[in-house]
Write a new protein. Sequence first.
Length: 384
Amino acid sequence: MNNVCFVIMPYGNKNDIDGKEIDFEKIYESIIKVAVASVDGLECVRCDDIDKPGWIHERMLRHIFEDRVAIVDTSTLNANVFYELGVRHALKKSVTVLISRKGTTRPFNIAGLNSIEYSETDTGAVAAQKAIRDHITNGLKSPDQPDSLVYFAVPNLRVERAPKRLTMVEIHKFPLVKDPARSIAFITGDREDITVGDIWVSSENTNMQMDHFYGKSTSATIRYLGAKKDHRGVMIEDTIGEDLRRKMDGALVVDPATVIATDPGALKQNNVKWIFHVASVMGEPREGYRPVSRIDHCVKNALRKAGEDEFKNAGVASMLFPILGTGPAGGTVQEHAQICVNAAIEYLESVAGPIGDVYFYVWSDVDLETCLAIARNHPELKGQ
């Protein structure tokens, strides 16, 4: 999980654009590092802090692209600083914080952007620390709001790093503020190794047709892992898929957000008691699939169904969801994770049902960063 603030600035003592000397080491230590340290979990890094072997420019460019936050001091019109700022603005929509010494003349190209002024007096340093902290905090709460000139001019531009699959099982849990005994959590790793979630939710289309065994979706994975296999590991019974077909009883379509429960098949060895199939995707001839209009209903209907006597009396206490409406359905993780988390929190806070822990499965490092940012900035959740 990248939680780094990369600092782009000159080193040592340099003159600003107006010829006044600035002690940049003092600015870094007494203003920038103090401000960054006041933001929970954020680590401050400058190029001279990087001691790993290799080409420094490669490491610098990776930080510019990958780090959640960048602080750029433009006081000297340093060519390297402005090159790095240009790269940052081209690659990242937000959060890039511009700072400069109070009274410094600002060049035309960035004159219209917000910039925080600092001075080396005690009062000026404290004011700059607070302004930097507030700018970072507000930016992290609204990552889709650009502070880059490039993204203002080209609002549909998307530059994303390739996601890395997370194969180790890790749980990131966030208790509810109003009821700390209940929680929202994100879990990574191979599903085959996951043993939490009394109920696993499978995202299906409104025809309740599970994805084929060798697909990459949650539905395909659950179908494959739940199938009965012989001593060679060869599938001999489509346990979950066949049970779902029986439960459909000949019907060809269900309403959006419908939930149907089936046997977990071989997933019992993962401590799964039921599979809840949720109609979160709908198809259109020649147009493919798209998320249903109310993904929040899908989440709440699944949680509501767990409160029925059949499941409640069996002692279910946790449920594992995918981020509904993403993957083949085409919805973005940023939008749909926010919808799913909000819906789960609203239900947990308002209904005294059996489910206390709601897990969301996250498969990549990029998606995990998105989900953790949503949770950390949610007023109804206690941060990590």
